[in-house]
Design a protein around this ligand. Structure first.
Ligand code: SF4
Length: 456
């Protein structure tokens, strides 16, 4: 059943979508103002349309996009509609990214914008162009991007004939940070503070001018934080121009698309891409916080690699992170979840047993042990692969165990077992006292086996 917050009354602009490729607007529900600015909706952003756009639009060059766009929808008919975004997300679950993009742009028109990071989310711009509708693009210039990314921004602007709306951090906040903590404080005390100043606050400002935004988030980008992204949702973290909870809608048109399919699309459509991709970068962010990854590594392992996997959201999509506090805030919540890793091949350690086991100098066998909480969606997501791992290791000299490290066991696990988040996976070598923490976000059987083989 949809939750109460899933249904929000939104003012939608209806009847104001211009017909693609029409040279004038005849819709009775639409009045253009000023009449001299005839926008061929859908032509904006298309290379072949630039001459038409220039002939038709009398606003200054620098204001072409926003000026004409605003003029085109200056007096739309406003219709009050109730939209249940949980239902809409379900309706669109099998829709193509192009259909989703078209729906989003049609619904929100100039009150929606694409968030562009300078990586493969350029696919969003291509999809927007293909809809034939006007669209806006914004980007966060943190001041720490790679030179290649700045050049790519320029290339994208020229390729699509658009102006990206750049958002910059507050200069006084950046000054205060780097004067007090230096240029690379994020390596010392985590990326959150720097990201808050350089990314989150500028994003908050950008979103306050919108009713909806479009992101390139995909479920396969991070098993830890992005595995449940819906196609469309009420933004759980930010507010839109009307203010208050529920005032901003977040569209994720490629949520269900794999990275492989995105790249097939980019190649097929001959879309320009950031040259960093050809140097081993998959996910691209700020220069000091992004690195190339090796074949087989997950793309998010190239971001903030010195930090725990679950902390790897920069705040732009912090609603993806379900913490112990948000997920485990009541007895009812925890009472209703099922136990995990119910395999005959997995031994459940009690607190006394794990304490004794962890203190052994030598063991009869090596062990791989998952520290988990039954309510944790990341633990739930890896249950099948961990059970399969246990089955494959049956009869070998590597045993498999689990320890429920939630509630009263959590302080112990955090202090003694290197746990920072659920799940934490540890390899106890039979010859070493201290366990080795599994460092990857890849939680498939082959990755687990490769880890074990490397340590055996
Ligand atoms: S990604 Fe790194 S450099 Fe960029 S804002 Fe975050 S911490 Fe700062």
């Amino acid at each position: 059943m949809a939750s109460a917050i899933g249904s929000v009354s939104m003012k939608l602009l209806q009847g104001s979508v211009l017909e693609p490729f029409s040279s004038s607007v005849s819709s009775p529900r639409m009045a253009l103002s000023p009449p001299s600015c005839v926008v061929r909706a859908g032509l904006f952003g298309q290379r072949s349309s630039e001459n038409v756009f220039q002939r038709s639009c009398s606003v200054p060059q620098s204001d072409k996009h926003r000026g004409c766009l605003n003029a085109a929808i200056a007096t739309p008919e406003v219709v009050q509609e109730d939209i249940n975004y949980e239902d809409l997300a379900l309706q669109l679950v099998d829709a193509s990214p192009l259909e989703i993009m078209d729906r989003a742009l049609a619904m929100f028109q100039s009150d929606i914008a694409i968030a562009f990071s300078g990586a493969e989310d350029v696919a969003l711009i291509e999809y927007a162009k293909l809809t034939g509708r006007p669209f806006r693009v914004f980007s966060l210039d943190t001041g720490r991007l790679n030179p290649e990314t700045y050049r790519f921004f320029d290339e994208v602007e020229k390729h699509y004939g658009i102006r990206i709306e750049y958002m910059f951090p507050d200069a006084s906040e950046v000054e205060a940070l780097v004067r007090s903590k230096g240029m690379f404080s994020f390596y010392e005390d985590g990326h959150q503070e720097c990201c808050r100043i350089r990314k989150v606050r500028p994003l908050r400002r950008a979103l306050k001018g919108l009713k909806a935004w479009i992101t390139g988030q995909r479920r396969d980008q991070s098993p830890g934080t992005r595995s449940n992204i819906p196609i469309v949702q009420i933004d759980p973290s930010f507010e839109g121009m009307d203010g208050g909870p529920g005032s901003l809608i977040k569209w994720n048109p490629v949520a269900n698309v794999t990275g492989t399919d995105i790249w097939s699309f980019l190649r097929t459509m001959n879309v320009p891409v950031n040259v960093l991709h050809s140097q081993g970068y998959i996910s691209i962010g700020c220069e000091p916080c992004t690195r190339a990854v090796l074949p087989g590594m997950h793309e998010r392992e190239g971001r903030w690699w010195w930090e725990d996997a679950k902390a790897k959201e920069c705040g732009l999509h912090k609603g993806n992170i379900e913490t112990a506090e948000t997920s485990n805030n009541g007895a009812q919540n925890t009472a209703s979840v099922s136990e995990l890793f119910l395999s005959k091949d997995i031994k459940a350690f009690s607190r006394a047993e794990i304490e004794e086991f962890a203190n052994l100098e030598k063991r009869e066998n090596s062990w791989i042990v998952v520290l988990y909480a039954p309510w944790c969606p990341y633990c739930q997501a890896m249950e099948a692969s961990f059970n399969e791992l246990a089955e494959k290791l049956g009869g070998t000299n590597v045993k498999v165990g689990k320890f429920n490290a939630d509630k009263e066991n959590k302080p112990y696990a955090m202090a003694e077992l290197q746990m920072k988040s659920f799940p934490t996976i540890l390899f106890f070598s039979k010859n070493l006292r201290n366990p080795i923490k599994y460092p990857s976000e890849q939680r498939d059987v082959d990755s687990f086996l490769a880890f074990i083989r490397a340590l055996q």
